[in-house]
Every structure is written in C-alpha cells, then in structure tokens.
Design a protein around this ligand. Structure first.
Ligand SMILES: [Zn+2]
Length: 204
C-alpha cells in the first residue's frame, strides 16, 4: 500500500514557483517575415519553462507616441496573432494605455508600432499588460482545488517585502507545468528576483 496521500486540505501551504516575464513579443508568421525578412527563421535560442515555448535570437523596437523601447525579444513558436506584452512602467514610457488582459484576449487592445531590421509594422491592436496568472497541469489543479480561469490571490513573500497579488487567473492545461507568471512591475513591487515562491489563497 502506498502511503503517499497528499491532500489539499490546506491549500495555503502549497508553494508555486514564480517566474518574472520581461517585456516580449509573440508574432504571427506574416508579421515576422515582414519585420525580419523572408530568410529569417524563428529558432529556439533558449528554452522557456513552459513546454514548447522558447526565446528566439530576434529582437525588435516597439514605439509609441511618447517613446520607444529597443531590444524587445521575440518568443516562439508562432501565434495566430501578434501580441506584445509590456509593463505599466513601459506603457508610461511609450505613452500608451494598454489594457490588463489574459494572453490572446486582444480585442480592442492598444495599438503599437513594431520596428524590425527589415520592416516596420503599425498594429492597430495587440499591445497588452499581461494579467498575473498561474500555469497548472491538470493534476496541480486537483491539488490546489481550482478550476480553469478561477481568480485567486497569491501571497508573495520576498526577503524584504510581502504582498498579496489579487486577481490572479488560473490557467489549466496538460501542456503546462506549475508556475506563476508576473511582470517586472509586479516582481519589483514585491522585491523578488529568481526562485521566489507564492502561496495560493482561494477566494471565498
Ligand atoms: Zn504565462
């Protein structure tokens, strides 16, 4: 008999690794070739923690009415729609007001100009600030007793600051491994770097 019975009777004690997402860009094929040229190849330069996701060697400049930011990395693989994810601090620098959204929810999101080595694109929409979220496998969801798209709170205990981040959305997929994604503003607010953990708090 196995004695390995771990029940989620106290979900507040279960730890979630936190990864910090720097500003980045997902692209569709058409936009990628326009920006980088027909000969360009979207290649895996560095594996990301979520299976199948990778950073490429390609970088571009994003430009808004007030300013621009260079060296924004393209992540792969290709998506059906080009999507740029920045922080609120970036938005102020660019002079734009992107909505806080889940990845892929781009309807009436903010416009942005993309400048690559081969071409320039003005996107009418596609710029967002990513809503803090937790990737989970199906087995994790059972452990934490949460549903896909459930809104939870996560307590982040940095060495010098502790904070609770509300409105964190749970995303469940067999493709995911357990990890919370926050942007650089959220990480800085909590004064965390790499290898931090959060504790999930279910909303009543
Ligand atoms: Zn994510």
């Amino acid at each position: 008999m196995s004695n390995n019975q771990v029940h989620a009777t106290d979900t507040m004690n279960l730890n979630i690794p936190i990864a910090i997402s720097a500003r980045h860009c997902h692209v569709n094929e058409e936009d990628f070739y326009h920006l980088f040229g027909r000969e360009a190849i979207l290649q895996n330069w560095k594996e990301l923690s979520q299976p199948g996701q990778f950073a490429s060697q390609h970088i571009l400049t994003i430009k808004g009415p007030r300013g621009q930011i260079d060296n924004v990395r393209i992540l792969g693989p290709f998506r059906t729609e080009t999507q740029v994810e920045i922080s609120q601090t970036d938005a102020i620098k660019l002079g734009v007001t992107p909505p806080i959204r889940m990845s892929g929810d781009l309807d009436r999101s903010e416009s942005i100009t993309l400048i690559g080595p081969h071409g320039i694109l003005h996107k009418k929409q596609g710029l967002i600030i990513a809503q803090a979220h937790i990737h989970m496998a199906v087995s994790d969801a059972a452990t934490f007793n949460v549903q896909d798209k459930e809104i939870v709170t996560v307590e982040i205990s940095g060495k010098v600051r502790q904070l609770q981040l509300m409105n964190v959305v749970v995303r469940i997929s067999p493709e995911f491994i357990l990890e919370m994604h926050v942007d650089t503003d959220e990480a800085n607010a909590a004064a965390i770097h790499t290898h931090s953990i959060g504790k999930l708090i279910k909303m009543e």
